[in-house]
Design a binder for this molecule. Structure first.
Ligand code: ADP
Ligand code: ADP
Length: 220
């Protein structure tokens, strides 16, 4: 599960991007995080990824208090928590396959095992036939699916996404959301930050709303 207990994040300039935020997400749940630009969505995800630390309060991921993790343990934490970004952050100087296999090679998988897992991840997002292409030639929706394959290649228990459909048209956005639902159905806990209220309204999931750093509503 994921749990925020009275969490405040004050940036060094004195601005509180999150103020006394509390909620929890059960293991296997899928939820949206929404709110206007500047509401604190990215900050909340950054706390979960240990890209930032809270100024106050407690963040738990899978029963682990993140405060107990030293910076040296962050790489291991990031294997449990897959992340999808709006702008994909793909490497455009290498193939789709290499984009997926690289994170596995970096953490020491043997080449054959890494290749097998990378292909399995590409298969799950329907892009196995494009593994040799450079991501630059793919459509926006396909690039986002490569980003999702890379986020799930470690089989994370948690999948976070920051505006994953921000650059996609409505049809592609729904495809990407269906993929997240598929991973959720096999047990992955999913939290998606999005300000696409139309898309969110068409899905049956919990919606957590932030406004100026405060949690202002939480429900279906
Ligand atoms: P959202 O993702 O909902 O748009 P963010 O979490 O990115 O919101 O930002 C919340 C607020 O915190 C914004 O007002 C933003 O300007 C501010 N903020 C974000 N990062 C920093 C930072 N590193 N230093 C100071 N202020 C920041
Ligand atoms: P294997 O267990 O033989 O490596 P799987 O078919 O179980 O193969 O998984 C292949 C790939 O699918 C994994 O590397 C991972 O990318 C993805 N995957 C499998 N299960 C999950 C899951 N529960 N959540 C997210 N991704 C998953």
């Amino acid at each position: 599960m994921i749990s925020f207990d009275n969490v405040t994040k004050r940036y060094p300039n004195g601005y509180d991007a999150l103020s006394q935020v509390s909620f929890s997400l059960d293991k296997g749940e899928m939820a949206f995080l929404t709110g206007h630009s500047g509401a604190g969505k990215s900050t909340l995800l950054k706390l979960l990824m240990l890209m930032e630390r809270p100024s106050n309060g407690r963040v738990l991921v899978g029963d682990q208090d993140l405060a107990s993790l030293a910076n040296s343990q962050i790489p291991y934490h990031r294997r449990r928590v897959g992340v999808v970004f709006q702008n994909h952050q793909l490497l455009f100087d290498r193939s789709v396959f290499d984009n997926i296999v690289l994170p596995l090679r970096i953490c020491g998988f043997d080449p054959a095992d890494a290749a097998r897992r990378a292909r399995a991840a590409l298969d799950k997002v329907g892009l196995l036939s494009k593994e040799k292409l450079n991501p630059v030639v793919l459509s926006g929706g396909e690039q986002q699916r490569v980003g999702i394959a890379r986020a799930i290649v470690h089989k994370p228990q948690f999948l976070l996404a920051d505006e994953p459909t921000g650059n996609l048209d409505p049809k592609l956005s729904e495809e990407v959301m269906r993929l997240f639902q598929q991973f959720n159905q096999v047990g992955t806990t999913v939290l998606i930050a999005s300000h696409d209220l139309g898309l969110i309204a068409r899905m049956p999931h919990r919606v957590i709303t932030l406004n100026q750093g405060r949690l202002v509503s939480d429900g279906k």
